[in-house]
Design a protein around this ligand. Structure first.
Ligand SMILES: Nc1ncnc2c1ncn2[C@@H]1O[C@H](COP(=O)(O)OP(=O)(O)OP(=O)(O)O)[C@@H](O)[C@H]1O
Length: 327
């Protein structure tokens, strides 16, 4: 039996901006495969190329190199075929301000061949009591939920969510997460970009971290953090304290009496440390031991992955900033 076509398949994907004389490659040879029914998250620093990549996959822009297929189709050339099967939640929906929520959703439902009833979609995104309100009177978070409603109205097989919970309060964010989980459980493929690492941890089956237009790492959360060292922190007692035992396999840092140990063998190092403390009668105040988090992996990957200074660098490359790490 031949395996089903992946929901999304990108290979050697490239996208350039600028002029032929001063080109800037925002997407630089990106490979990605999202299976049907999977929830895949694209993470990256500001300007890493997430939106540029999403627009190529959504068919809103044409790649300058490589190929992309969505449900086996070229999303740019075969947009008319794909349009009824995908749902796109853009960062800015830009709907007319004078229409109400219900009118907006009904208008979009009218463009779909098998729409969900408008009232059902409005209910799904928690806007029922705002259905008669004009778009221009909605709060930022409510507008975001309307963007989501419009993306859902055509019962998409593949749903693209570009920073879906930016601007939402914690309760609304949790509600969107629950809705996304339900959609995924019902078989919808979801491709999501986010700056909230806990959003990816909560929702994603797999994720990719982009940096300067390339995938630096991808896999499950467990796979992405597997190579990262665990961390042990504690405070040594006031002097006199015996010198800390040697831990050649670990990296030990001191800040006054505060000690931070980074190790790839959390159990082994912790056992050695606790035996030492027991024998020496030393109390390790505030002892805290934890595996690497996605946030640590993200920050380390972003710091390690240096930009390619070869041809095609942005003429005015923006400083890399990390926003909304989500904790
Ligand atoms: N229309 C454009 N013209 C020129 N450069 C652009 C254009 N759009 C994006 N870029 C540049 O391409 C790079 C990638 O931008 P993109 O918006 O895809 O990143 P992102 O990962 O989505 O960023 P963010 O997290 O800030 O939303 C950035 O350096 C950006 O300045």
């Amino acid at each position: 039996m031949t395996p089903p076509t992946p929901a999304v398949q990108a290979s050697g994907l490239r996208r350039s901006y600028g002029t032929p004389a001063r080109p800037f490659e925002a997407v630089r040879g990106l490979d990605l495969s999202v299976q049907r029914g999977e929830l895949f998250a694209l993470l990256g620093t500001n300007g890493a190329g997430k939106t540029s990549t999403m627009e190529l996959i959504e068919g809103l822009a044409r790649p300058t190199g490589g190929t992309v297929r969505v449900l086996g189709h070229d999303p740019h050339r075969e947009r008319a075929v794909l349009r009824p099967r995908i749902g796109i939640m853009l960062q800015e929906g830009g709907f007319p301000g004078d229409l109400t929520v219900a009118e907006t959703v009904r208008g979009w439902a009218g463009t779909s061949s098998r729409p969900r009833p408008a009232a059902e979609v409005i209910e799904l995104v928690g806007l029922t009591d705002r259905a008669a309100v004009r778009v221009k009177q909605l709060s930022g978070g409510e507008k975001r939920r309307l963007d989501l409603a419009v993306a859902l109205v055509g019962r998409p097989e593949v749903l693209f969510l570009d920073e879906p919970t930016t601007g939402l309060d914690p309760q609304a964010r949790a509600a969107v997460w629950q809705l996304v989980r339900e959609l995924r459980a019902a078989g919808t493929t979801v491709l999501l970009t986010t700056h909230y690492l806990e959003e990816a941890e909560e929702l994603a089956d797999r994720l990719a971290i982009l940096h300067h237009g390339r995938v630096v790492t991808q896999g499950t959360v467990a796979e992405v953090i597997a190579d990262r060292p665990a961390r042990i922190g504690f405070e040594l007692p006031e002097q006199p304290a015996p010198p800390l035992l040697a831990l050649p396999q670990a990296e030990v840092g001191f800040q006054g009496r505060q000690v931070t140990i980074r190790t790839r063998d959390l159990q082994g190092t912790l056992t050695e440390l606790l035996l030492w403390a027991e024998h020496q009668g030393v109390r390790l105040t505030g002892l805290d031991a934890r595996s690497a988090s996605l946030e640590e992996a993200f920050l380390a990957i972003a710091a390690e992955a240096q930009p390619d200074r070869a041809a095609g660098e942005h003429p005015t490359e923006p400083a890399t900033t990390l926003t909304g790490a989500g904790r």
